[in-house]
Each structure stands twice: as C-alpha cells, then as structure tokens.
Design a protein around this ligand. Structure first.
Ligand code: ZN
Length: 189
C-alpha cells in the first residue's frame, strides 16, 4: 500500500511539472541590437492556435513584422518585407500573435527609422503548450484517483476490523469491544 502511495505521489509531481512547463511560467527576455537599416528575425516553433505575446520597447522608433517560415526565407533571399501577418512601427508595442497553422514563425525587428544603432528590449511569453498542459493534467488526475482508491481501500479494511475476543465487527475508534469488553487498544500495534 505504501509503495502505491509513493508511486502515485511521484506520478503526481511529474504531471504537475508538465502542467507548469506547459503554461504557467514561461517568459523570455532579449535585448536586440539593430544597426541602421538592419533587422533581426527570431524564430518560434508554434502549433496551430498557439499564442505568443510580445512586449517591445526602445528609445528610438523601430518596425516589427511577423512572418511564417516561407515569407521569412523570401526576406532573407530577396530582402522583401511583403507577406507579413503583422506590421507596426513605434517605440513601445504590445502585440499578440496566434499561429494559424503549425510552422516556424519569425518576429522580425527592424531599424529603418534611426541613423544609429538602437537597442530594443524584447520580452515574449509563449501561450500555453496544450499537449504538455493536457498531458500533465491527465497524469495529475490519474494519480489523484489512484490515491483516493487507495484511501478508500484502507478505510474499507478498517470498517471490517474484527474483535479478536468475540469475532464481531468493531470500529477503529473503540478502545474496548462493546460486546465482550475485550481491550482493543493494545491490538492496534
Ligand atoms: Zn468482542
């Protein structure tokens, strides 16, 4: 019985870790250094429906694009900034992007507005990783059910405790058997 409980506890901790990895805590920060006319793309492997939140700040104006892998490779080969899902220019931006399908998506940060090199503070937080979150939740639920069944099972055993003096059913709470006055307290050990 004890080995069962320890196993269930380990499984519970493993499942809970997956839940945490899947969604509760996953912020990332980066400082992006951009020379005049330069840009930098940061790739994210995302599945359909997954959401990523970006927060970008700089003292100088910059431009942000979000592209799928095909459009990003066009940009790298031809320098064309067409076909982006998102385009915005400013000094302070909060944006959210939801992946339409499974792909690698690139956030492209560009310095087209300043003659000097600028730094953009880039904080991003990926949305919940559903497979990890769901898998972890299922594991947690199973381990709780196993623990409850184990607990219920040991209660059943206690209910069926029998007085060694007269053989009748007695409660775990009783110190003496009410039928034959047999001392049950010492029997517990
Ligand atoms: Zn008895």
């Amino acid at each position: 019985m004890n080995a069962w409980k320890i196993t269930a506890l380990i499984v519970f901790i493993a499942g809970f870790t997956l839940v945490v990895l899947g969604g509760i805590y996953n912020p990332y920060t980066n400082v992006v250094d951009l020379p005049s006319g330069g840009f930098r793309g940061i790739g994210f492997n995302m599945y359909a429906g997954e959401v990523v939140n970006y927060h970008l700040t700089s003292l100088e104006r910059f431009t942000v694009y979000i592209m799928n892998s095909t459009e990003f490779h066009k940009l790298m080969n031809n320098g064309t900034f067409n076909g982006s899902y998102y385009t915005q220019t400013g000094k302070n931006m909060n944006l959210e992007f939801k992946a339409p399908q499974k792909d690698v998506y690139y956030i492209v940060i560009a310095n087209f507005n300043s003659q000097s090199s600028i730094e953009v503070d880039f904080v991003y937080r990926k949305g919940m990783s559903m497979p990890l979150f769901l898998g972890g939740s299922i594991i947690v639920a199973i381990s709780i059910v196993v623990l409850l069944i184990d607990l219920y099972g040991s209660k059943q055993v206690n209910k069926n405790r029998v007085c060694p003096g007269c053989g009748r059913e007695v409660s775990e709470e009783w110190n003496y058997c009410p039928y034959c006055r047999y001392e049950l307290r010492d029997d517990k050990k």
